[in-house]
Design a protein around this ligand. Structure first.
Ligand code: FES
Length: 158
């Protein structure tokens, strides 16, 4: 009695390379598809950092236009700045975000102080803490009045 054994057909070298090429092509396609799906998701979840426009000087307006209120909050780049004229008639500008919890401060003309209403923080006219919880002084800015009566606020060089 003779037995006949059959072996499965072995792929030839040509079929092997075609299979390998198809597998590689499929892998590249899957990686490309995953990249095109995941990249926008990752970009959405981790947005690129925004650079702050470097502002060193800002024209606020004419003196005659500005002083209808006791103080004015201006946007200096990303930082709010309080601009006011003290009792002696000196124009002053300070960082307007309280150094405690970033409430916007105001100028109290009656007491001649800069005051934070959130937790009763008080600053003197140069920005130093007088009382209350603020841990640091407010950053002072320079104020210049041009000959034509325009107010310019500038960041101090450190
Ligand atoms: S936020 Fe200004 S005193 Fe607290």
């Amino acid at each position: 009695m003779s037995t006949i054994t059959t072996t499965p057909e072995q792929p030839t070298g040509d079929k092997l390379s075609r299979r390998r090429a198809l597998r590689n092509l499929l892998g590249i396609g899957i990686v490309g598809w995953l990249g095109s799906v995941l990249y926008p998701v990752v970009r959405y979840l981790v947005p690129p950092p925004l650079g702050e426009a470097k502002v060193s000087s800002l024209k606020v307006g004419a003196v005659s236009d500005v002083w209808e209120q006791p103080f004015r909050i201006i946007q200096f780049g990303r930082s709010p700045v309080i601009l006011f004229k003290d009792r002696q008639g000196t124009y002053r500008a300070l960082e307007a975000s309280c150094t405690h919890l970033a409430c916007i401060v105001q100028y109290k003309e009656d007491d001649n102080i800069v005051w934070c209403a959130c937790h009763n923080g008080k600053f003197d006219l140069s920005g130093k803490v007088v009382s209350g919880p603020p841990p640091e002084a407010l950053e002072p800015y320079d104020v210049n009045i041009t000959d034509s009566g325009e107010i310019w606020v500038s960041r101090r060089e450190s």
